[in-house]
Design a protein around this ligand. Structure first.
Ligand SMILES: *[C@@H]1O[C@H](CO)[C@@H](O)[C@H](O)[C@H]1NC(C)=O
Ligand SMILES: *[C@@H]1O[C@H](CO)[C@@H](O)[C@H](O)[C@H]1NC(C)=O
Ligand SMILES: *[C@@H]1O[C@H](CO)[C@@H](O)[C@H](O)[C@H]1NC(C)=O
Ligand SMILES: *[C@@H]1O[C@H](CO)[C@@H](O)[C@H](O)[C@H]1NC(C)=O
Ligand SMILES: *[C@@H]1O[C@H](CO)[C@@H](O)[C@H](O)[C@H]1NC(C)=O
Ligand SMILES: *[C@@H]1O[C@H](CO)[C@@H](O)[C@H](O)[C@H]1NC(C)=O
Ligand SMILES: *[C@@H]1O[C@H](CO)[C@@H](O)[C@H](O)[C@H]1NC(C)=O
Ligand SMILES: *[C@@H]1O[C@H](CO)[C@@H](O)[C@H](O)[C@H]1NC(C)=O
Ligand SMILES: *[C@@H]1O[C@H](CO)[C@@H](O)[C@H](O)[C@H]1NC(C)=O
Ligand SMILES: *[C@@H]1O[C@H](CO)[C@@H](O)[C@H](O)[C@H]1NC(C)=O
Ligand SMILES: *[C@@H]1O[C@H](CO)[C@@H](O)[C@H](O)[C@H]1NC(C)=O
Length: 691
């Protein structure tokens, strides 16, 4: 961390000197180019090396971002006595002279991010002392250590928002922010903080604290009752323990994602927590072990040593959560952890939950009972687990009555419990992709035999989005979508789904807007799309189409994906068809187009407002060469012209001698025969004239 600094000195000193000497000329030429909008003077990115002095005096907001100013001198702001907001981010500021702000004491907002204020920080600190009304200060990216920050903010007791993100702060103690009694918001993101010792106790009004991207190993005895948002994501936290007290914490958002948590955090008992983000940790519950033993009564004792006093906190690892009132929690994200089960009653504690993310864990079973009604839940993500079974106790009370999105993708499910959608009166989206499911009705089985398990979505009227990608579906029977109004259907990666009678697909002809048939062994004649009047997005990539399905011409598609097929060409008149009028996006690459049959390509290029996102990857082949259709070499073009346009003439030339020869032969034969005929007639006549 220290190493780059000497290097920076070496690099930046010559630069600063260079700009210093050219300062006057630089601003003289570009001062006129600042833009005045109401009382805001915008001089962003004008290569200024000093503050222009001749701008309107009553400017309230002065933006000087992205210039090369390196000193803010005593006189720099003299004429801007009305200044309330000054922004100097991305300059080369090393020094703000102590008298620089004497004339603009009404300054409320000062942005100094991405400068070099570490250089003369004590003089700059003296300059800050003259800002009695400053509310927001941004010092991000200035190579500041904790000691420098302490000096810089010492006298800024009016500050409400401070950012010292992207500096080199390592340790925080009570001396640093002592005087910032009005602070509401503190950003310490992207430093090297590994220890915090009562640094925030004096900040009585602090509401938002961001310590993301640091090196904190744990948070213990968390006691900031007035804090509303705590972001400690992207640290190395293994433990989060709130102070055991019955005080009401104002905490609403706690972000602990991307850490090393091994246990569910010990949260404040009473809080207003509505978002708890625990994504990407190593959490599990340990009360039950996979081998059947129980650790129900196991407790852990934390020894907290501070000076020569020692405190012991006893934590019953999973039990503790029972003591936290999570009745206000709306969002719980526990994705990317090691959960293999949820303790009984766990979800029952969170009656307000609307979003529950449990994806990317090792869950083998998910049990929904009346005890955890999850009455408010709108989104449930269980994707990428090892679910073999979903257990739903369908009883008298509603289960998941407000669920809208149910993601079960990438599990080992074979079926869903019958009646799972009985009470989900708001369900719109179900993702069942990458499971081994079949849709009901199943083909009739011999009497007495149990019919194989299946998923029944018939009659789920609210359902509009369904993904069945990669489910190993074989040809569907009967009318599995009867009574649904599906608009989005994903059937990709199902090799046999289009085998057999496709009557079931026609059931959706009126409602379907988005259909994916990627990688479904579709050949040119399998499906007739002409009935799909509402279809707007169609994905036919990864199939073996050898010809453009003619039924597409009549559709009003907005986007069409034809990548990775076997198409030698598209119809030249595709642009004139109805399709050509509506199409806004078409994917075409990875097809063996014939370089000599590119009339369609040229006409597509001319369609206004049509986007071909994979344009660069479209190739055609000519005599085993792969070429770009937009840049065919001249010899290929010439040879193509021979092959196509002049082909009729060629045939004529080739055929002419043959025809002539044949004609001559006929004439000769005819003449020879004619003589013989004449002779025959004559001899016959001779015979028949005895008189
Ligand atoms: C700037 O002003 C401060 C305080 O008024 C004064 O101490 C300092 O000497 C001045 N610096 C320069 C370079 O004039
Ligand atoms: C600012 O700091 C640099 C390097 O630390 C030093 O050489 C220079 O004298 C300082 N400027 C002032 C005005 O103190
Ligand atoms: C804070 O202000 C006091 C008096 O206004 C002054 O004596 C002191 O030097 C200032 N401290 C810093 C770090 O600027
Ligand atoms: C800042 O805090 C120190 C020590 O706590 C105190 O002496 C000083 O007066 C405070 N300054 C302001 C401006 O409050
Ligand atoms: C926490 O900070 C990280 C990094 O800035 C950010 O990506 C994330 O959205 C923040 N979390 C919340 C809840 O705002
Ligand atoms: C179950 O596993 C735990 C930890 O792996 C072990 O301590 C315990 O002895 C095991 N119990 C049985 C009955 O195998
Ligand atoms: C230990 O606990 C006592 C009472 O609960 C408390 O007053 C004291 O501040 C704690 N000490 C430490 C080091 O946490
Ligand atoms: C330890 O505690 C005692 C009294 O509780 C106190 O007198 C002493 O100064 C403390 N020692 C240290 C090193 O803090
Ligand atoms: C939890 O807190 C809510 C208010 O946020 C309150 O109505 C409820 O009674 C509390 N529950 C318990 C068990 O303390
Ligand atoms: C379901 O989850 C998978 C993987 O976690 C994701 O790719 C997919 O987009 C999700 N589906 C929906 C409908 O959000
Ligand atoms: C096509 O689908 C099959 C499953 O039907 C899958 O195994 C294969 O990986 C898919 N191919 C591509 C290129 O996605």
């Amino acid at each position: 961390m220290e190493a780059p600094l000497p290097g920076l000195f070496l690099l930046l000193v010559p630069l600063a000197v260079g700009w210093g000497s050219g300062a006057v000329t630089a601003w003289a030429t570009s001062s006129g180019s600042c833009k005045l909008v109401q009382s805001t003077m915008d001089c962003t990115g004008r290569r200024l090396s000093s503050v222009p002095g001749d701008l309107q005096g009553d400017t309230e907001e002065l933006l000087l971002d992205d210039n090369t100013i390196w000193v803010l001198g005593n006189e720099s702001l003299l004429s801007y006595y009305q200044l309330r907001c000054l922004s100097l981010t991305k300059n080369r500021l090393e020094l703000i002279e102590p008298g620089a702000f004497l004339s603009s004491q009404g300054l409320h907002v000062l942005s100094l991010a991405d400068n070099l204020l570490f250089t003369n920080y004590s003089l700059t600190a003296a300059a800050f002392s003259a800002l009695p009304a400053l509310r927001r200060l941004d010092l991000a990216g200035n190579h500041l250590t904790e000691d420098m920050v302490s000096v810089l903010v010492w006298n800024l007791s009016s500050l409400e928002s401070l950012s010292v993100a992207r500096n080199i702060i390592m340790r925080l103690d009570s001396s640093i922010f002592t005087n910032l009694t009005q602070l509401l918001e503190l950003n310490l993101e992207k430093n090297y903080i590994f220890e915090i010792d009562e640094a925030f106790t004096g900040l009585q009004r602090l509401q938002r604290l961001n310590i993301a991207y640091n090196y904190l190993p744990c948070v213990v005895e968390f006691d900031l009752t007035q804090l509303r948002v705590l972001n400690v994501s992207n640290n190395a936290i293994e433990w989060f323990l709130a102070l055991e007290s019955d005080d009401l914490f104002e905490l609403e958002v706690l972000d602990l994602s991307h850490n090393h948590l091994l246990f569910f955090p010990v949260l404040p008992r009473q809080s207003k927590l509505h978002s708890l983000l625990l994504k990407d940790n190593e959490m599990s519950f340990y009360q039950r072990l996979p081998n059947g033993t129980s650790l129900a009564d196991v407790t852990v004792q934390f020894l907290l040593i501070d000076g020569n006093s020692t405190n012991i906190t006893t934590v019953s690892l999973w039990d503790e959560i029972c003591h936290s009132n999570l009745s206000s929690l709306r969002l719980l994200d526990m994705s990317q952890n090691q959960l293999w089960y949820l303790p009984e009653g766990f979800l029952a504690q969170m009656p307000s939950l609307t979003h529950l993310k449990l994806n990317q864990n090792c869950l083998e079973m998910f049990h929904l009972s009346e005890k955890d009604p999850l009455a408010m839940l709108a989104e449930l993500d269980l994707s990428q687990n090892r679910l073999v079974e979903l257990e739903v106790e369908v009883g008298a009370r509603d289960v998941l009555p407000n669920l809208q999105l149910f993601n079960l993708s990438t599990n080992r499910l074979q079926a869903l419990p019958p009646g799972v959608f009985t009470y989900t009166r708001k369900i719109t989206t179900v993702d069942l992709s990458r499971n081994r499911v079949d849709l009901c009705p199943q083909p009739a089985v011999a009497a007495g035999a149990k019919s194989p398990p299946c998923v029944d979505i018939r009659g789920v009227k609210t359902l509009t989005h369904l993904s069945l990608a990669g489910c190993g579906l074989r040809g569907l029977e009967g009318h599995p979508f009867q009574g649904t109004l599906l608009m989005h259907l994903d059937l990709s990666d199902n090799h046999q789904v289009l085998s057999g009678d496709l009557g079931w697909l026609q059931d959706l002809a009126l409602t379907l807007q988005v259909l994916s048939l990627r990688n479904t062994s579709l050949s040119s004649t399998t499906v007739d799309f002409s009935a799909f009047n509402s279809l707007a997005h169609l994905d036919l990539s990864g199939n073996s189409l050898t010809a453009f399905p003619s039924s597409l011409g009549a559709l009003k598609l907005r986007s069409l994906n034809l990548r990775n097929n076997c198409l030698p060409a598209l119809p030249v008149d595709v642009v004139q068809a109805r399709l050509g009028k509506s199409l806004r996006e078409v994917y075409l690459s990875q097809n063996p187009y014939n370089c000599c049959m590119l009339g369609w390509w040229d006409s597509l290029q001319r369609v206004e407002g049509l986007c071909i996102p994979d344009r660069q990857e479209v190739t055609c082949s000519y005599a085993s060469h792969t070429l770009s259709p937009s840049a065919l070499p001249e010899p290929v073009l010439r040879s193509c012209r021979w092959q196509t346009a002049d082909v009729a003439l060629l045939y004529l030339v080739l055929a002419l001698p043959t025809c002539l020869t044949l004609l001559l032969a006929f004439a000769i034969i005819f003449l020879t025969l004619k003589q013989k005929l004449l002779k025959m007639v004559k001899s016959q006549c001779g015979v028949s004239s005895p008189y």
